[in-house]
Structure formats: C-alpha cells, structure tokens
Design a protein around this ligand. Structure first.
Ligand code: PMV
Length: 330
C-alpha cells in the first residue's frame, strides 16, 4: 500500500464594503487575503481518522460513519473540526473501508474573527481530499461543496467566504441576482487588520440589524441605500486605484455600520487610532460586535500596526490573487 501525503492551502478573506446591507439585498465587495489555512492529509495503515490543529491545541478522532468528533480543546476551536469532518465526508470515496488518515490543520489567522477561517479550512480540506481520492474536483465543484458544508455546519452562510477561499482575488456580490462577479484588480491592496479578542456572534448581529430595520424602516432603509452607493463608488475606486476615494468610502461605510449598532468601543478605538496614525480609511470588517477592523494605510503600515498592537492584535495582509492550491508527495 502506498501512503501518499497531500497538502492544500486556501486563503481567508475580509469584507471591504457592504456587510450587513448584503443580507438585505444590497451589493458587497470582499477580498481574499494572504493568510492561509493549510490542511495536510497523510494515509494511515489502520482505519483511524485523527485530526490535529496544533496551533490551537486541538487534537481528536473523527468518525465519518456516525459523524462524531471525539476530542479535547476549547469549543470554538474544536468547532473547526466539524468543517473538516463534513468536508471529508463530502468526498469520502474510500474503496477499502479501513483506510485511515492523519489530518493536520494549520491556520495563519485568528478564528471566529470575520476572516473566513472556517471557509478556508473547508476549502483546503475538500481540495486535499479530492486530490487524495483522485477525484480532482474542479474549483466550481469545490466552491459549491464548501458552501454546502458551511450551510450544514452553521445553518446559514453567504457564498462570499467559500468563493474567495476557492478562487482568491476580489469579488463583487451583485444586488439583483446575488450573482458573484470577479473584479479584475491587479494591485496588491495592502491592509492592516486590527483584531480584538472579543468575538462577535454573526447570527445575533444580523438579527439585531433586522429588528432595527423592522422598528425604524424609514431610518434604516436609507442607511442600506447609502451603503449600496458607497459599495458602487468603491467598486470604481478599486478598479481605478483611487486610494483617497477608497479610504474616504471606508470611513463613510464605518459610520453607517456604527449607525446600524454593530460597533463596539474596542473596534471604534482601533478605527480612530488607525486614522490618527495616517490611515486613509478604516472600518469594521464583517459582522462587528467584536472581531476585526481593516485600515488602508499603504504608506503607514508599520506606524498603524504598532499603535494598534499597544491594545489589541494587528497584522498586515494583502490581496491574494491565487485561490486554493494543492501538492502531493508520494
Ligand atoms: O463576520 P463575517 O465575516 O462572518 O461576515 C458577516 C457578514 C454579514 O453581512 C454581517 C452577514 C452575511 O452573511 O453576509
């Protein structure tokens, strides 16, 4: 029996414009970033599937038949193994029952922080397993299977994260058909991410915005309309590499997210510290309520990072043009 080893890598993402409004039929723009999830599958001679996320101290056994995970660790980190299990199950074409695997996961981004760690892990697992079982699934199949895995594990999910983890690049989610358009952005789009340890709960935040809209439709609907206009303008600013306009639109989008009630004192402090240190623009990214901010500060990356690091975690990212990649060692 030849035991092969397959490693796949898939990028995380940030939402640049349009979060929350996208849930109400408005457009959004999101970008794949150069923080990756690495998933390695190594064949075993027994029937055990053992999974490990060593950086998070998670280690356990997966049972594909009854879909159980036997493990130790913190709940959120262990939760990532659910994506691994569902993804392995989705492409489990074992001819000999009894073929085990060692699965090692390494993640270069904080989890549950709006950076798409679960989608990156799911896409990398699917790509690695597809290669391992010699199915060689095309990106389109990986992307849609990954979206199904996210739906199964989370109950609800937009296809933004899984699309970016699969294809890389920048996407525009159009409002009418919720169709995904890839934007031809050929520059690096350097960003600083500021990340607070407090995690926002996306489902609860989406629900709180929906309730606000129900209570004050004449106030909240125009905010969604404004976010739509910001996103449309930002699409042109990105295509034309108009950096000042991009920054200003980020600031406006942040104000509108604040008005929707998803800001927190820690996020707000990071947003304004970044601007004080020379960011052209800064805003919450993703659901808010905790999680992360992004700052666009191409000339001031170091200054902004060291200022944010005084209170929270901060690191640089840039656009990752490449999507999921795979290599095999026999
Ligand atoms: O924090 P994230 O990356 O899960 O983003 C949530 C974005 C929302 O617009 C708030 C919800 C959604 O499903 O689009």
């Amino acid at each position: 029996m030849i035991l092969i080893q397959v490693t796949a890598r898939a990028p995380g993402k940030v939402i640049l414009f349009g979060e929350h409004a996208v849930v109400h039929g408005k457009p959004a723009i999101a970008v794949a970033v150069d923080r990756l999830a690495h998933v390695t599958l190594t064949g075993r001679t027994d029937s055990i599937i053992r999974a490990e996320i060593s950086r998070l101290g998670v280690d356990g056994y997966l049972n594909l038949e009854n879909e159980t995970i036997n493990t130790q660790g913190y709940q959120i980190e262990v939760g990532l193994l659910k994506y691994v299990l569902k993804a392995l199950k989705a492409v489990d074409h074992r001819t000999e029952p009894g073929t085990g695997l060692d699965v090692t996961v390494d993640i270069e981004m904080p989890v549950a922080s709006g950076l798409g760690s679960s989608a990156a892990v799911t896409v990398a697992t699917l790509a690695a397993a597809s290669k391992y079982h010699q199915l060689n699934l095309k990106p389109k199949a990986i992307s849609s299977l990954a979206h199904l895995v996210e739906l199964e594990v989370q109950g609800a999910a937009s296809p933004i994260d899984t699309t970016l983890s699969t294809y890389g690049g920048v996407i525009y989610l159009s409002p009418d058909v919720q169709e995904i358009v890839r934007l031809p952005i050929d520059w690096d789009l350097p960003l600083v991410i500021g990340h607070t340890r407090r995690q926002g709960n996306t489902g609860e935040l989406v629900e709180s915005v929906r309730l606000k809209k129900e209570s004050y439709p004449s106030v909240i609907n125009p905010i969604f309309e404004s976010i739509q206009e910001v996103t449309e303008e930002a699409r042109n600013a990105l295509l034309e590499k108009d950096e000042n306009k991009l920054g200003e639109l980020m600031n406006i989008n942040h104000g509108l997210l604040d008005a929707l009630g998803v800001n927190t004192p820690a996020l707000s402090r990071m947003v304004y510290l970044a601007r004080q240190k020379g960011a052209l623009g800064s805003k919450i990214t993703g659901a808010g309520g905790g999680g992360s901010i992004i700052a666009y500060c191409p000339e001031k990356m170091d200054e902004v990072i060291s200022e944010l690091q005084k209170e929270e975690q901060a690191f640089p990212v840039k656009l990752r043009h490449e999507g999921v990649t795979c290599n095999v060692i026999e």
